[in-house]
Design a protein around this ligand. Sequence first.
Ligand SMILES: [Cu+2]
Length: 185
Amino acid sequence: MSKVTFTKKMTAMAIIGTSFFAFSCSSLKGGNTREAKATINSTKTDVPGSGTISFIQKQNEVEMKLDLNFPAKANRTVAVHIHEHGDCGNAGNDAHGHWNPTNSKHGKWGSSEYHLGDIGNVQLDASGKGSLTIKTDKWSVGTGNTNDVAGRGLIVHDGVDDYVTQPTGNAGSRIGCGVIEAAKK
Ligand SMILES: [Cu+2]
């Protein structure tokens, strides 16, 4: 009898253990992270450039790090957005419009209304390099939820986002593009 009781206890413990593991993965408790990144390439031969962007989710916070290098845009400000489709075809135009799962107006990140793709303007230095960091609980990474950045397109524009003009910010043509891909587990 004691042997049977022991086996039942072990089974119960295994079930509890499995449930806890599944719960902790989906809610990203503890040290679990989810990552996505994109390599940004120039879409125009006359405006060479490159860049990288990474998104790391820890618990409910996503940290975005963006680095750009567009020498032809030295000392200028360029707009950067997450666009709807992770497709850089047709010189970046296949990425379509701004990613806007909340059906909001275009605006400045953190203002009363803005697209989830409205990363904003990045100042480039005398060599054409610039970077930006955002920490937010508005995005997720690799979750498949409507606020998941993975599978979207990262677009660098030729001009400045005025944060007012709908729905584009009048940011000009597309000079850089990258596909945001979730890191393989
Ligand atoms: Cu854009």
